[in-house]
Design a protein around this ligand. Structure first.
Ligand SMILES: Cc1cc2nc3c(=O)[nH]c(=O)nc-3n(C[C@H](O)[C@H](O)[C@H](O)COP(=O)(O)OP(=O)(O)OC[C@H]3O[C@@H](n4cnc5c(N)ncnc54)[C@H](O)[C@@H]3O)c2cc1C
Length: 410
């Protein structure tokens, strides 16, 4: 358990209140279960009941302002909440992309009507979002996207292809970028649309999902094809052709918004790893100990960095470019730690934990190692984060435009 910090009397009062609440509401069946595992298609009856308990008690979207149905928690209080859930060893379930990405973007850019319409539906779980940004030729260079949005009366009609759409098979709404004005420079003319994935008759809204198979057997994302998918123009957030500004808010939250939550899972994973290595008699090996010391200090740095970023967010209201430091740090750590665990266990890593029905399922450490290959890619690659930190945090010169001749240094 990480060191408990003295965060002042208000945070301490909140900690005491929450600890009491957890004591009476804790779901015994979910002790030791991670929120990630529930979110990744393993939702049990106990999990559903826990989601309802948290929603009814107002523990969803807790950092949103009270006027929008949140709890108005400060960054420090969110950190306390994460620590207490971790201490109780119960999953800190959230509303995923709705809570972390779309909701905060609607709060900054939405009209009063949009806030009233969309925010409560995220909190109560009616709307489950996936992110329709990347396209086959528009990843790091997202502004090159080609998906078209044509205005037809009071609707926007969207046709195009997205790729790597995480959680699309469990979503019923997509926050989708489309080009509504093709005749302006590429960062302009983009609109940010909340696109229903189904019609009111529960038929597909012109959306076809083709799951992409991952090396460890799962399919957490899809190729997504939209053919004349329709949304009311009142679902455009931030105004027509102003989608790039809204996207920057979403990206800031994607890179830094989970700054106080991610160390919780990594702490849990770290202690799981220590327990396993102890059982195997490996913790007296000095190389293993050295790596564990490295990992422990990194998870602690992640926690403190998260608190630092949160105080910046509180001052600015949304995460700025410094969020990229956070994204770079945890994603590179996660790759190294899961690889270390696989190596430390040697041949044991090749054993299959759940060989159900002859289905090849790798164990959770190999799964984690495969999974985290992608963590330095999604949400903006590690190289792109370094560009942002270099140019927008440290104020270094911009990278040279490869289409222009380089100046002669002499
Ligand atoms: C697991 C996973 C989940 C994802 N989930 C989603 C999702 O839900 N929704 C969604 O819209 N997208 C999602 N993505 C897509 C993700 O955002 C893109 O993969 C990412 O932005 C990189 O784009 P790209 O794959 O086209 O690579 P490219 O942009 O083609 O990059 C290729 C390589 O070139 C490097 N590079 C590119 N530009 C520069 C530069 N200017 N300076 C230095 N290096 C550069 C990159 O770092 C990378 O190494 C997901 C991706 C993954 C892997």
């Amino acid at each position: 358990m990480p060191l408990e910090l003295d965060l002042g009397p208000a945070a301490q009062a909140f900690r005491t209140e929450l600890r009491e609440w957890l004591k009476t509401n804790i779901p015994k069946e979910l002790i030791g279960v991670s929120a990630d595992s529930l979110a990744r298609g393993n939702m049990t009856a106990a999990g559903k009941a826990w989601v309802k308990t948290l929603t009814d008690a107002g523990y969803m979207c807790v950092s949103w302002p009270k006027e929008y149905g949140g709890r108005g928690l400060t960054g420090i209080e969110v950190a306390v909440m994460n620590e207490e859930f971790s201490r109780a060893d119960v999953p800190r379930v959230t509303r995923g992309m709705g809570e972390w990405l779309v909701g905060p973007s609607i709060i900054v850019w939405g009209t009063d009507e949009q806030k009233k319409e969309f925010l409560p539906r995220i909190i109560d779980g009616t709307h489950r979002y996936c992110q329709g940004f990347s396209e086959p030729d528009a990843g790091s260079d997202l502004a090159s996207l080609k998906t078209r949005g044509i205005i037809d009366g009071d609707e926007v009609v969207i046709t195009g292809q997205k790729v790597w759409t995480s959680g699309a098979t469990e979503a019923n709404m997509m926050f989708c970028l489309c080009r509504t004005d093709p005749d302006t420079p590429k960062h302009q003319g983009i609109s940010y649309v909340l696109l229903p994935m189904f019609t009111p008759e529960k038929k597909s809204n012109g959306i076809e999902l083709r799951p992409i198979q991952q090396p460890h057997g799962a399919s957490h994302f899809t190729e997504t094809f939209m053919t004349e998918s329709r949304a009311p123009i009142t679902n455009i957030i931030g105004g027509m052709n102003n989608g790039w500004r809204v996207t920057m808010t979403t990206h800031g939250n994607e890179r830094g918004g989970n700054a106080t939550t991610q160390h919780v899972e990594f702490t849990r994973q770290f202690w799981d790893g220590v327990k396993l290595l102890k059982e195997k008699g490996l913790t007296s090996d000095p190389v293993v100990r050295q790596n564990l010391a490295w990992a422990f200090s990194h998870v602690e740095i992640m926690r403190f960095q998260g608190l630092k970023l949160l105080s910046e967010v509180l001052a600015r209201k949304e995460p700025g470019p410094a969020a990229s430091i956070n994204k770079m740090f945890w994603s590179e750590y996660a790759q190294k730690f899961s690889t270390f665990m696989v190596n430390a266990r040697g041949a044991d890593s090749m054993l299959i934990e759940n060989d159900k029905d002859g289905k090849y399922e790798v164990d959770r450490w190999i799964g984690s190692m495969f999974q985290h290959r992608s963590s330095t890619i999604w949400g903006g690659t590690a190289q792109v984060q370094r560009n942002i930190v270099g140019e927008r945090v440290l104020g270094l010169p911009k990278e040279p435009d490869p289409t222009k001749p380089r100046p002669n240094p002499t």
